[in-house]
Design a protein around this ligand. Structure first.
Ligand SMILES: NC(=O)c1ccc[n+]([C@@H]2O[C@H](COP(=O)([O-])OP(=O)(O)OC[C@H]3O[C@@H](n4cnc5c(N)ncnc54)[C@H](OP(=O)(O)O)[C@@H]3O)[C@@H](O)[C@H]2O)c1
Length: 275
């Protein structure tokens, strides 16, 4: 098979799992992240590591050129690079929100724009953008992250509509909580974590729940297998939820309940237990 796939954010978590799984399935995988290119960091098993900073256009273009020079084509791009900062909407600065958007959303835009000319010339290509259940609904203390994933969803939908005429198929994948993500990419906002913060107790309970749900989440390989199915499918769905029944139920509730009631349920779920 040996089709070439470029995976961003592949040094950790789901990106790493996807890169390794695709390599073990016979894809030729270029694994991109800021960590690669340093001597002390090895790429995922079976993959070629490539230095990539999605916040830097010249780094993105250099990575894509390197792959095209070597392979002559890119069959697929899988965008996983992201991070989040947990803090209240009031206390996370807009500079920090910009940083989150610059990596999770604009970083994805930069990478897609860098591969599109080659994919158009090929007359084919696959793009899989990592959204999240948080791309459909939001939860407390992840305002910036949720906004970035909603942006991924909106932009990807327009992209899919525009590029299908060039033979390029776009999907967004919406995983529920998965274990294996690194704490390195989960920042705690110092203001909300301060006992003088008006959000402090709610924040401690909420972030505790978020960590617990991730640690008890799905195995990353479940998402990696779903990515492979999207790549192997002739007509991949535009939107692919990968989640447990409980995680899926939050999407259904979000669809059918009045917004006010949904917000109350979610707000209570993350609140400190009474008594
Ligand atoms: N884990 C979950 O429960 C979950 C659920 C739903 C969706 N997702 C999505 O799945 C993807 C992976 O998340 P994860 O939690 O599994 O992984 P993670 O452990 O948080 O890893 C994040 C990855 O992004 C890379 N990255 C961060 N900034 C970058 C930059 N400027 N340029 C290039 N790479 C950058 C990091 O590599 P370097 O530091 O080496 O650059 C790392 O490989 C994300 O898009 C996330 O939103 C995760």
């Amino acid at each position: 098979m040996n089709k070439t796939v470029f995976v961003s954010g592949a040094s950790s978590g789901l990106g790493k799992a996807v890169a390794e799984y695709l390599a073990s399935s016979g894809y030729r995988v270029y694994a991109g992240s800021r960590s690669f290119g340093r001597e002390d960091v090895s790429p995922p098993k079976g993959c070629t590591g490539i230095h990539l900073d999605v916040t830097d256009g010249s780094s993105v273009n250099a990575a894509v050129s390197q792959i095209l020079d070597k392979e002559g084509e890119i069959y697929a791009l899988v965008n996983c690079a992201a991070f989040f900062t947990m803090g209240s909407c009031e206390e996370v600065s807009y500079e920090e929100i910009s940083r989150i958007l610059d990596t999770n959303f604009i970083g994805m835009v930069r990478t897609v724009q860098a591969v599109l000319p080659a994919m158009r010339k090929q007359g084919s290509g696959r793009i899989i953008n990592f959204s999240s259940i948080n791309g459909v609904l939001s939860i407390p203390f992840q305002g910036g992250y949720s906004a970035s994933k909603h942006a991924v969803e909106g932009w990807s939908e327009a992209l899919a509509q525009e590029v299908s005429r060039f033979g390029i198929q776009v999907s967004v994948i919406e995983p529920g909580d998965c274990r294996g993500g690194s704490r390195k990419y989960r920042n705690l906002n110092p203001n909300s974590a301060e006992s003088s913060s008006p959000y402090y107790e709610y924040y401690i309970a909420g972030t505790g729940k978020i960590h617990f749900d991730e640690q008890n989440g799905m195995e990353p390989v479940k998402v990696a297998k779903a990515v492979r199915r999207l790549l192997d499918s002739k007509k991949p769905p535009f939107r692919k939820v990968v989640a447990t029944l409980t995680q899926r139920s939050s999407i259904w509730l979000h669809k059918i309940l009045p917004g006010r009631l949904f917000n109350k349920i979610i707000s209570d779920y993350y609140a400190p237990k009474k008594g």
